[in-house]
Ligand binder design. Structure first.
Ligand code: NAD
Length: 498
């Protein structure tokens, strides 16, 4: 049985771990490895290594950092299939889907490759006679990322390329459910020429997280995960004087107007709902069918849900793999049962699905619920599984009211042929990322990613320009180089420019 170790100071280490936790293959239900569970001592070791590395890495030239990022990007390209298989084996998603997350994460590395440009300061000549002003940004120090299970490569890649390119050193605490991708990425960084201890991995659960949140040697914490933990991380780490970005959970609505191409909308909503078994923070979990769109939309959604091929993620032709754990499978299936009890129509029932040869895998099929109302648990809770709830309503304005009343505000989509409706929707909906005829509107890496309301705690979205801002702090320098003969009288009044 493999033991997945921390990665500190450029090599795997068992650390102080007295405890380990099993890592499963969700497609077979079998335990395939153990991961060490770190605590205060391991975080101390990682912070000491990262602090020492910061002394030199923060002084490295932009050229050196750019070269490392380019080399790292190339290695991500060359090892995409291998990393995709590692992710699939622990998460359950299909290898192609895992390759997709690597590609989207790699785009952040590409953004970081342009650090020479994005780190440029500005200069103002002659703000006063003989006085100039310029600004520049400097790294924070040791920063940490705490990440969820659902994107074991992409979500950390939202963080560490920008943190490292801007001169920080980084400690990643990945999800204990699919920890191997983090160590693989650490090896790629090493091959890319990143000095040891600039990127470190500490595995574990709450004790490792708590040690990070309270460690005086860590300047900033990036968190992505569920809303209750995002709130906890934000409160605890800010109380310990850290800069925090904390992205939380989601309940994403796709609104379909009667003028939309319903076949197109249903196609994209199906992929957005059941792709990665619904375990995406940008998954479409609610379809709001407006007016006449409803009956036809549900009919097509039903057909498409039945066509989804469920199977092991490493089997070619699979659309959707298993859920990540047995607990997740049971939670999702209970939610479908609960929705039926509360009055929803179960149009497609994914419960009890068995895959030949994988009878112990954590599979559940796509479920489609119709006539869902906002008081039902299946609507109120983030199910994080392959369940699509359809709510019927009579107008776009009512659909917008419904979305705005939901505590989450991560992503949303509108399917329509009307520019006027699209404009009204995007201007009034209280959601951070909006798709117009695009179901999963994940921003490109040169924009920033983040929701509103309970989907983002605090004020900092992640990657893109916000990432640069988050991992650096500004300095403004006011300069005067007087000529030796020049007499400058120092005044006692507050300085103003002339
Ligand atoms: P999670 O909140 O359970 O775990 C996230 C991280 O927090 C993990 O590293 C975990 O070890 C740690 N953690 C868990 N419980 C903790 C505790 N009690 N104290 C301290 N640390 C703890 O989330 P998950 O189940 O791994 O991931 C799914 C969630 O992440 C969903 O809610 C999903 O919407 C959200 N998510 C959000 C985004 C986004 O961009 N907003 C992206 C991906 C996932």
């Amino acid at each position: 049985m493999t033991t997945i170790q921390h990665w500190i100071n450029g090599s795997p280490t068992q650390g102080s771990a007295a405890n380990t936790q099993p890592v499963f293959n969700p497609a077979t239900g079998a335990e395939q490895a153990q991961v060490v569970l770190g605590g205060t001592a391991d975080v101390d070791t990682a912070v000491a290594a990262a602090s020492a590395a910061f002394e030199t890495w923060s002084e490295s030239s932009l050229s050196q950092r750019t070269q490392v990022m380019f080399a790292f990007r190339q290695l991500l390209v060359e090892h995409e299939e291998e990393l995709g298989r590692i992710i699939s084996a622990e998460h359950g998603k299909t290898v192609d889907d895992a390759r997709g997350e690597i590609t989207r994460g790699r785009e952040v590395v590409e953004f970081a490759c342009g650090l020479g440009d994005v780190l440029k300061g500005s200069f103002s000549d002659q703000v006063s006679r003989g006085v100039d002003v310029h600004n520049f940004r400097q790294p924070l120090g040791v920063v940490a990322g705490i990440t969820p299970f659902n994107f074991p490569a992409m979500v950390p890649l939202w963080m560490h390329p920008i943190a490292i390119a801007t001169g920080n050193t980084f400690i990643l605490k990945p999800s204990e459910r699919d920890p191997s991708a983090a160590n693989f990425v650490a090896e790629l960084y090493q091959k890319a020429g990143l000095p040891d201890s600039v990127f470190n991995v500490v595995h574990g659960g709450k004790p490792a997280v708590d040690a990070i949140l309270t460690h005086p040697g860590i300047e900033a914490v990036s968190f992505v995960g569920s809303t209750p933990i995002a709130k906890y991380v934000h409160e605890t780490a800010t109380a310990h004087g850290k800069r925090v970005q904390a992205l939380g959970g989601a309940k994403n609505h796709a609104v379909v107007l009667p003028d939309a191409d319903l076949e197109f909308a249903a196609n994209h909503i199906t992929a957005g709902a059941y792709g990665s078994a619904g375990e995406r923070c940008m998954a479409v979990s609610v379809a709001i069918a407006v007016g006449d769109a409803a009956d036809k939309l549900v009919e097509i959604l039903q057909r498409k849900a039945r066509e989804v091929k469920v199977g092991p993620g490493d089997q070619p032709g699979t659309d959707m793999g298993p859920l990540v754990t047995k607990t997740a499978q049971e939670r999702v299936e209970n939610a479908v049962g609960g929705a039926a009890t509360q009055g929803a129509t179960v149009v497609v029932d994914g419960r009890g699905l068995k895959i030949d040869g994988h009878e112990d895998g954590f599979f559940t099929g796509p479920s489609l619920l119709d006539h869902v109302t906002t008081d039902m648990d299946a609507y109120k809770e983030e199910l994080f599984g392959p369940v699509l709830a359809v709510i019927r309503t009579d107008s776009l304005d009512h659909a917008i009211d419904l979305i705005n009343a939901n505590p989450y505000g991560n992503g949303t989509a509108l399917f329509t042929a009307s520019g006027e409706a699209a404009r009204r929707f995007q201007r009034t909906v209280k959601v951070g990322m909006i798709g117009i005829n695009v179901p999963v509107p994940v921003p490109m890496s040169y924009y920033s990613f983040g929701g509103w309301k309970d989907s983002l705690i605090g004020d900092s979205p992640i990657h893109g320009p916000e990432g640069i801002r988050f991992y650096t702090r500004p300095k403004v320098v006011t300069t005067r180089w007087p000529q030796p003969a020049q007499q400058v009288n120092a005044g006692f009044n507050f300085p103003t420019s002339t």
